[in-house]
Design a protein around this ligand. Sequence first.
Ligand SMILES: [Zn+2]
Length: 93
Amino acid sequence: MPTYEYKCNSCNHAFEAIVPMAKRKTPTRSSCDICGKKQVKQVILTCPNMGMDSCHDIHKSSGGFKSAMQRVCESPGIKNSKRASELKDRYNL
Ligand SMILES: [Zn+2]
């Protein structure tokens, strides 16, 4: 299940949400953790099945990057794979 990062249009709070593939192009129904508004926009998709090199922008913007990477490492098809150990090494998870 892909993890998306969202940003609140109202207070600029950024947060992450797991979104089913079928809904990946629709706006999240999640509310902002801080102000409770539903004016959130999708910012970033973390991509467990793609080269992580294409996701470097995440470093700059997300305080939740490490936890996102940990979830990636624990996801089906990734867990216990060579990719997971590479990610753990690279990001000190
Ligand atoms: Zn907000």
